[in-house]
Structure formats: C-alpha cells, structure tokens
Write a protein that binds this ligand. Structure first.
Ligand code: GLU
Length: 304
C-alpha cells in the first residue's frame, strides 16, 4: 500500500478543515495550543513509517492514555476486570456521572472517565505510582526513553478536576475503589498529561494491529484473543459519544483524546495517528476524523 501518497493527498485535501472546531478549554494548558496544527503518521507492522505535517511534534495524548492504562489493567486482571467496569458504550458524555447512580458505581466502559478512574485504581493498587507504570509501559513499547507526562498540563488538569474527583468519590461510595479516590484522580491526571507525537503513538499502538505483539521490542503484550477484545472496545467505545458515527465514517477501532489526537489500528496491517487540536461537539478532533475518513476511503482498507 502506498501510504505516503495517500497521506500527502489527505494532507492537501484536509486544509479547509484545519482550525475548525474548538480547542479544549476546560484544561487551561490545552487551550494555549494553536488550532492550526495538523499531523498524521502511519506505521506498518513490518516497520515502515510514513508522516505528514506536524507528525513529529508531541502533544497531550489525554484520553488516548486510557488505552494503554486499560491494556496494563487487562494484563493484570484478565476477565476479572469486567467485574468492576463494563463493556458497553455509554451513550453519554465522557465525563458524565448520570449512569453511575443507577448502575451502582460500575462504569459502562474503561474509555469514559469513570471507567478509566477504576482502571487507574487497579494500577494504583499494584504499582507504587500508576502513572509511572503507564509511562514506562509506553517507553518500552516504542523504545523511546524520554516519553513522559507534562507536569504543567497535569497541574492544570488537577486544578480543574472537580468533576473527575466527584466521579471517583461517587464510585468509592459504591465500594468500587480500593485506593483513596484523590490519589487515583491525581495519577489519572498525570497519565492524561503524557506527551507524544503522532509517530510515537502510531508505533505504540502497533501491538494491537499485530495480534498483541509489539513489533519493535518483540514483546507479547496481550494474547490474540485479548487483543481482539480490546480492539472491539475501541470500536464501540473509543470515540466518545460519537463511536457509531466514527465507525460509519472511518471503519477502524480507535481511541481519541481531547488533546486532538486519534489513534486507530487496522489489524494485520498498520496503526495510524492523527492530531489536530480543534474538537467537534463530541470531543473528537474535527480535522482528524475527516482525515481518517479520507484515508480509509482512498486506501479502500478498513476492518469492513
Ligand atoms: N484528562 C481529560 C479529562 O479527564 C481526558 C479527557 C479526554 O481526553 O477525553 O477530562
């Protein structure tokens, strides 16, 4: 597949979309990023990398970190994880509290904030610092030792984390937290503040396209069946309350973040990451979704 030619075409055609949407304002450090950034990278399981635009520039991965945290928790607990967090799309906003009341503190899935906080609780129980476990896992996946979280973004998020604190304490009130909720929220905020580029994220996600083995280190991350399951969760729950529309347009399992990044995988072939900070009303990158739609249309390749 001639991915570079496709990326170049997408980069040309996406120009009118760049700058559209709104940069996330509720985390002040994110509001400072130029909405005119756009980068996109494809890495194939046989090691070829293709990139356009700002694909080498690091940005705040935000909710994309939920994918790596969930992988670690799934490694630790296996199917037991699903006793504490569900596997259904929520149909509500990523930071909503509504279902927690009626569903007695069991979040719908690990990719909404409530579910990610339970996942972080699992990691915080096992590791001295949950966020360090996530950072080190990513470093290992891509063999890049200086990947880290941005302390300014983490602090900015902690200063505005009232809603996440409310979610964590609410879950705790139902007995679904093992560690102190405030400690879990702080670890979660640091994990969301990890900075990576499109190229790094595409490399990090490649194990999902490769049956659970990270092609760079050769390390088995998940068995093939668990890899299938995690990718299925990305498909149904990975792009906020727009997962149906995203799959209709793009046809790939993906995880997005409010930093404007989207990481998607095509099993057996490649991982792709796109970044553009302007978000649509669901919180997905406005130009990013369109770029991925163009890419799968021009390559004719998706999971369908
Ligand atoms: N750190 C963000 C929050 O908890 C992550 C949101 C996201 O990227 O979806 O609000």
């Amino acid at each position: 597949m001639r991915y570079q030619a496709v990326l170049d075409r997408v980069h040309r055609e996406i120009q009118p979309w760049i700058g559209g949407g709104e940069v996330a304002h509720y985390i002040p450090e994110l509001a400072r990023i130029s909405p005119h950034k756009f980068g996109m990278a494809v890495v194939t399981i046989d090691g070829q990398a293709y990139a356009v635009g700002d694909a080498h520039e690091r940005f705040s991965i935000q909710s994309i970190s939920k994918l790596f945290a969930c992988t670690l928790a799934f490694q630790l607990l296996g199917n037991e994880l699903w006793q504490r967090v569900g596997r259904e799309p929520s149909g509500t906003a990523f930071n909503s509290l509504i279902q927690l009341e009626t569903e007695r503190g069991k979040p719908r899935n690990p990719f909404i904030n409530a579910g990610a906080l339970v996942v972080t609780d699992v990691l915080a129980r096992r590791f001295v610092r949950a966020e360090t476990a996530v950072v080190e896992f990513i470093r290992r996946l891509i063999a890049v030792p200086d990947v880290d979280y941005d302390p300014r973004v983490a602090l900015s998020e902690m200063a505005h984390a009232q809603r996440n604190r409310a979610i964590a304490h609410f879950i705790d009130s139902f007995g679904n937290m093992r560690m102190p909720p405030d400690l879990v929220v702080e670890a979660y905020c640091r994990q969301c503040a990890i900075s990576m580029s499109c190229l790094e994220l595409a490399r990090a996600g490649l194990f999902l396209a490769n049956g659970g083995v990270a092609p760079i280190s050769g390390e088995r991350i998940l068995d093939p069946s668990s890899t299938k399951r995690l990718s299925a969760l990305m498909l149904t729950c990975g792009t906020y309350d727009a997962a149906g529309d995203f799959v209709y347009r793009v046809g790939l399992p993906a995880k997005s973040g409010v930093g404007g990044g989207i990481l998607a995988v095509l099993p057996g072939d490649m991982a792709v990451c796109v970044w553009s900070p302007g978000l649509d009303t669901n919180g997905n990158s406005h130009a990013g979704v369109q770029a991925l739609e163009l890419m799968t249309t021009y390559t004719g390749r998706s999971i369908f």
